[in-house]
Design a protein around this ligand. Sequence first.
Ligand code: AMP
Length: 970
Amino acid sequence: MQGLMQHGALTVDKIIDHAAQWHGAREVVTRSVEGPIVRTTYGAIRDRAKRVSNALLAMGIKPGDRVGTLAWNTARHMEAWYGIMGIGAVCHTLNPRLFPEQIAWIANHAGDRVIFVDLTFLPIIAGVLHHLPSVEHVVLFTDRGHMPADFRPAGEAPNFKGLVCFEDMVEQHHADCAWGGFDEGTAAGLCYTSGTTGDPKGVLYSHRSNVLHTLITLQPDVMGLSQKDVILPVVPMFHANAWGVAFSAPGTGAKMVMPGAKMDGASIFELLDTEGVTFSAAVPTVWQMLLHHLKETGAKLPVLKKVVIGGAACPEHIIRAFHDDYDVEVVHAWGMTETSPVGTLSVMTDALEKLPYDQQMPYRLKQGRPPFGVELKLTDDAGRRLPHDGKSFGNLKIRGPIIAAEYFRGAGGKILDDEGFFDTGDVATIDDHGFMQITDRAKDVVKSGGEWISSIDIENIALGHPKAAMTAVIGVPHPKWDERPILLVKLMEGETATKEEFLEFLQGKIAKWWMPDDVVFVDEIPLGATGKIDKKLIRQRMKDYVLPGLAAAPTGEGAAEAAAEPEAPAATLAAADGAQATRIYAPEPEDPLSEPPPLPEPQVVEALAHAESEARIEPEPQPEPEVAAPIRAAPPATPLAPEVEPLFEQRGQEEHFPLGPLAPAPAVASVSEDAFQAAPVFAADDAPLAMPLVPSRKGGKAKAKAKEAANKAKGGFTSGLLDLTILIALAPALLVGAGALGVKSGLFPLALGYQQMTLDWAPKAAMLGVATGVLGLIVALFGGFSRFWKKALLALTITVATLAAMVAANAVGGGAPPIHDVSTDWKTPLMLSDAALAARGGEAQTVEADPSLPVGSLAFAGRRVADVNAETCAAARPLVVARSPADAYEAAKVAVQAAGLSIVTDDPIDGRLEATGQSFWYGLKDDLVVRVRPDTAGARVDMRAIGREAGGDRGRNCRRVGDLLAVVKG
Ligand code: AMP
């Protein structure tokens, strides 16, 4: 029995609607990228976000299209977010701290069509735009006065239509736009993980998951926000949605304070102080800088009540300083991009709160307990659950409606275990109070200032040094940046080398802030049982190691001072003993911390130096210099940082998704499409213009002549009109033919040849043909039927035949629902493998486990494709045959080949077959995946066929699945 309550879709537009309606005058204050502090309200943000929506719709952005942002936390960024998500498009936050090549790779993988960008990051976009074929517009978050006089991409960007001024865009569009109306499972946001193992992977948040995450964060034991709060999210919107604050703050009506590009201690303090901030969230490094500033200036924090600290383990001295010196409660939190990101929080239970503060500290240092809505488990490598005894450590796994079920475009394959839990890659313990503690990271990334450094990437590049036999990178404690990387090198037999040689070798190949703080030459790099470098053992051996220029790794209160006043020489691990001996190199004479800090003064800056741009990149945790200067010169057309080897191969879309294996397949028998597209081209057997005039038999010569002249004039007009009628009658067929030929030969894009010429113009031309055909008949009756009957009949025949062909085509395909995705199993949906996705190409429509129809698709707007399939494609049912799975697989393969499809994956062991098919007329491509599994009755065969183009396929894939299953059935 169903409950009888209302069912409103949980979509994020309702969050800003609520804020605008009930807290419309509540302020959102921003330190603008241009410099001044600017103020707006939730009411104005919603109004302007609607204008952004209209502007995007005018650009042709459709539901499901990805729209990127490369920007700091500002009110404008929020307007773009809500404007994008409100119309069902996907807001893809790009992380400006990555290499330009990485940004380009990610934007290509996402298929961003528009990118909103801050002034500070425009040079990055200028430098990579020619590698972004999907990007059509770049919108600059600024006003007309700050627009660059001359903006040129660094290379030819054929699809780029121009740079748009955000303020102009907002001004030029009206605020009347219908939001929502789609399924709550619709994608809302996209954020890529750091990709420290392999390529970055996209986490695709849904409206539902974002709304549920918002409700979760509002619980008192999570963020516990109120409309009375003043919230400063320092954590960037491009880092896991600013931990959801850009939703939770408007969700509760709290005032927001956005830090823009400046996140150094003094700037953050200024905002905390002048705006009366009560709640804030950031990584430990930011708080370290703030505490340092407070100590130096003697300033206080009388209004601030609570800070959430996460992203990396929070050191004790930060928790103590906030508590003891400033009476601010610290909530230590753990989460990840894949968890939206809130996972656990170390909020004291009632029992623990009664303990003296010192006894609470071990729990406060842990990552904490999950809120309602999040489930956790600890398992050993065999997947068996481990006890919550605070000692047993194992793989931390997580489940819930705010946790990723798979990555965008199926990257990495299946990511959930049999119980639906996601493996976080973290190793943890859980104690008897339910407090989780991260003990290690499965991936050995180095966390520097809240950002990850890939140890493997540095190792691999360093290994390219001719003297290196083996290399390993580990993170070592650092008082300011949490961890810094050091490089261990085992040299080739008989070689000697210096630290500088290796650092120089790395120079330009990795970002500055990735540069190891030290190079240690060792006799041996230990390998584990599986032949991989045993980092655990290395860390154990290096446990007494201290970075050059630092005193013994500080813990507790001394850390900030240590950062400010580093002490000289590091301890040595072992005495130098000849060229091959294990030794630690002497520390640098200068204090590394007195230099520009190593954190994200990223690669981008190096790249921009090449581009001779005056724009500055000012990443989060850096002490901020002056406000970004407006961009005055466009970067020259030189490649970015030409000598830089990207950390992971930079690949264009084609390279990454090679179309190679897809040799054009022979035509797939597809009756309907052929019937639809094969509007007949008729040829007249007699050339109409060569028809003889019938001479008059009556009257005298003169009379006859006069009559003949009059007839000639009249006949010429009638004849010309009928010729035109015939041409109009032929037009639909000509349009369809030209469209097909144009697309096939690559002369026209699909949108012109297929969608416009064939689907749009041809039916209109056919209707015109009917009108002119009838008109032709009437004209022939009056103009001398005996003379013109042949022409009139020809025009009419062509018209009737064209119309009949169109009606037939419509009968076969026109009634099909507006979908291109047909599956026999939506419960355990068949997903394409990485290989098939690669073959499918970056431009293709995404393959989702449970897609919904876009709002604009009239008949089935907003409904789940699974439900539409069930109603409209009777053929899409799993097939159970009384054969062995191997036989059934073979039969399916034969059927696929006989239908002329090209096989991409042929895996009889796994029962997985993937193929691609191409339509004869237009070369429209569809991908097919077949799964054969054992069944009690023999074998079960499932299929999913998906068109690469958006919109309807006129039933092509439904018929394909039906036809193939019929053949397998025999
Ligand atoms: P990201 O997806 O970039 O936010 O990184 C998520 C990872 O950061 C987690 O899997 C943890 O390894 C690490 N992490 C996040 N919060 C904490 C924390 N409070 N303590 C230790 N590690 C953390």
